[in-house]
Design a protein around this ligand. Structure first.
Ligand code: PLP
Length: 476
C-alpha cells in the first residue's frame, strides 16, 4: 500500500487550482448564476455509474460543471439576504478542519479542536460583552443556535415549574407561553415548532420593527393573570419565554433591550436574543446604543457565517445557565468518557454528537482580525450601508424606507410593479445582486452589506447599477 499522502496530493492540488480560479473570478464575474438547478440536473444526475473514477477527475469535473451554477456570494458586490463572505484565515482553517477530520464531540478525543473552540468561545463572549460564565456551542447556523438557546429555556422553565421534562415530555405539563416581536425572523417560530412550544404570541413593533416594550408588558400581564384566556400551569402563573431580536432583516433595527428585558424580568420570563447578524454590533463602541442591555438576557444565538465571515456552516449559541443547556443538549452514555467537573464537552452544548470542528474557523477569523480588526470589520459594513443609503436617496424616484442604523437598507421605487421591475433588472444586469422582499405590505429591494471585502468601488458600482436599472425601467 502506498503512503496515504499519495492518494491525496493530486486531488488536493486540483482543488487548490480550482479554488484560486473561483476566488480570482469574483472581481470580474457577473454575480448571479448563469444556469438553474434544473439546467444542471443532467450534468450531475442520472444513475450512479458502476465504476469509479480517480479523485482528481472527480474534482476537475465538479469544479468545471458547477461553475455556471454558482452565485458569487464571496464577491464584494453580493448584497443579497444576509450572507457574508469568507476571510482568508477562516477558509484556510476550514480546509485544515476537513483534513484533520476530528470528531469534535469530546474534549478527551480531540483536545486540540476542543481547546480551540473553547478559546474562540471565550473571545466571542469578551468581544460581544456577554457573561464570561456562559456556555458556548458551535452550531450549524443561527437557526440551530436559537433552537439551542430555546431548548435550554424550555428545560429551565419546565424544571422550575416542577415538571420533569426529560421523564414526562411536554404532554400534560404546563404550557410555556412564548412572546416574539412582530418582525422576528421566521426561524424563531421554527425553533419553537421543533421544541413543541406552539405558535407564539406576537407583540406589536414600531415602524423599524422594534418590539414595543409597553405592549410586551401588557401581553405578559395577560398571560400571567390568565385573563388573556391562555391556559396556565400548575404553579399559578405559566412559564414565560420572550424572544428579542438584534438586527431586523429589513431595517437592521434592534429591539429596545434595556426596557424589554426589564419588563420580561419583572414577570419572571426567560429572555432569548436572536442576533444572527446583529449581535456583532456589540463589538463596535459607537453602536452601544443599539445593543445596550442585551447582555442581561439568558441566551443568545448568532451566526459566524454572516457578519464575522467564516465559511458555512457556523452559528454560535450562548447560554448563561450552563446547567440548563447541558441538561437540554447533553447525553450521558457510558461509552462517552467525560470529565465530570471540567468545562462542557462540545456535544453537551449543541444538538449533534459527532460533528466537524466548526469553531476552529471562528478562532482563525478572530485571531487574524484581532480585537480591533473585528470592530473595524463591522464598522466598515455599517459605513458602506450608510453610504449606499445616502447616495441612493439622492436618486430621483428612490425611497429609502428604513433608518440605516446597521447593515441593512430597504428601498422602494414608487409602486410595487416598478420596484419588482427594477429588482429584476438589477439581477439580470449582474454587476451586483440584491434581494427583493416584502415589508410593510410593499414590495421592496433589500441591500445587506455583510462581506468583509466590500469596498468603496463596490458600493459605487451598486449605486450605478440601481440608477441604470431604474432608468431602464422608466424608459420602457
Ligand atoms: C439568518 C438569520 C437567521 C437564521 O440563521 P441561519 O444561519 O440561516 O440558520 C435567524 N435570524 C436572523 C435575524 C437572521 O438574519
Amino acid at each position: 500500500m502506498s503512503a496515504p499522502e499519495e492518494h491525496y496530493s493530486e486531488a488536493l492540488a486540483a482543488a487548490v487550482r480550482h479554488t484560486r480560479q473561483w476566488l480570482e473570478s469574483q472581481d470580474q464575474r457577473r454575480v448571479g448564476p448563469r444556469l438553474s438547478a434544473a439546467d444542471l440536473a443532467a450534468d450531475f444526475g442520472g444513475p450512479l455509474p458502476p465504476d469509479g473514477i480517480p479523485a482528481t477527475e472527480v474534482v476537475d469535473y465538479l469544479a468545471t460543471a458547477a461553475e455556471p451554477g454558482l452565485m458569487a456570494m464571496p464577491s464584494g458586490r453580493f448584497f443579497g439576504w444576509v450572507i457574508g463572505g469568507t476571510l482568508p484565515a477562516a477558509l484556510a482553517a476550514d480546509w485544515l478542519v476537513s483534513a484533520w477530520d476530528q470528531n469534535t464531540g469530546l474534549r478527551f478525543a480531540s483536545p486540540a479542536t476542543a481547546a480551540l473552540e473553547e478559546a474562540a468561545g471565550r473571545w466571542v463572549l469578551d468581544l460581544l460583552g456577554l457573561p464570561q460564565e456562559a456556555d458556548v456551542g458551535f452550531t450549524t447556523g443561527a437557526t440551530m443556535a436559537n433552537f439551542t438557546g430555546l431548548a435550554a429555556a424550555r428545560w429551565r422553565l419546565m424544571t422550575d415549574a416542577g415538571w420533569d421534562l426529560d421523564a414526562d415530555g411536554l404532554t400534560g405539563g404546563p404550557r410555556i407561553h412564548c412572546f416574539v416581536g412582530r418582525e422576528r425572523h421566521d426561524t424563531i417560530d421554527l425553533g419553537l415548532r421543533y421544541l413543541g412550544l406552539g405558535r407564539p404570541t406576537v407583540v406589536p413593533a414600531d415602524r423599524e420593527g422594534r418590539m414595543d416594550a409597553a405592549e410586551l408588558d401588557r401581553a405578559l400581564d395577560l398571560a400571567r393573570t390568565g385573563t388573556g384566556g391562555l391556559p396556565s400551569g400548575g404553579s399559578g402563573h405559566p412559564p414565560l419565554l420572550v424572544c428579542l431580536q438584534a438586527g431586523n432583516l429589513h431595517s437592521g433595527a434592534f429591539d429596545p433591550f434595556r426596557e424589554a428585558i426589564a419588563v420580561a424580568r419583572s414577570h419572571g420570563a426567560w429572555v432569548h436574543v436572536d442576533g444572527a447578524f446583529g449581535l456583532w454590533a456589540a463589538a463596535v463602541p459607537e453602536l452601544a446604543a443599539l445593543t445596550g442591555g442585551m447582555e442581561d438576557a439568558d441566551s443568545w444565538g448568532t451566526d459566524a457565517h454572516k457578519t464575522l465571515n467564516v465559511p458555512y456552516d457556523c452559528g454560535i449559541a450562548v447560554v448563561r445557565d450552563a446547567t440548563a443547556l447541558r441538561a437540554a443538549m447533553g447525553l450521558h452514555a457510558s461509552y462517552l468518557i467525560q470529565d465530570a467537573d471540567g468545562p462542557a464537552d462540545p456535544f453537551e452544548t449543541v444538538p449533534e454528537l459527532s460533528r466537524r470542528a466548526r469553531g476552529v474557523p471562528v478562532w482563525a477569523a478572530l485571531r487574524s482580525l484581532g480585537r480591533d480588526g473585528v470592530t473595524e470589520q463591522v464598522r466598515q459594513l455599517v459605513r458602506h450601508a450608510r453610504t449606499l443609503a445616502e447616495h441612493l436617496a439622492e436618486l430621483d424616484g428612490v425611497e429609502v424606507l428604513n433608518e440605516v442604523s446597521y447593515t441593512q437598507v430597504s428601498l422602494a421605487f414608487g409602486d410595487d410593479a416598478t420596484t419588482r421591475a427594477v429588482t429584476a433588472r438589477i439581477i439580470a444586469d449582474g454587476r451586483v445582486w440584491m434581494s427583493g422582499s416584502r415589508w410593510h405590505g410593499r414590495d421592496i429591494l433589500r441591500i445587506s452589506v455583510s462581506n468583509w471585502s466590500t469596498d468603496d468601488a463596490d458600493t459605487a458600482v451598486a449605486v450605478e447599477a440601481v440608477r441604470d436599472a431604474l432608468a431602464a425601467v422608466r424608459a420602457q
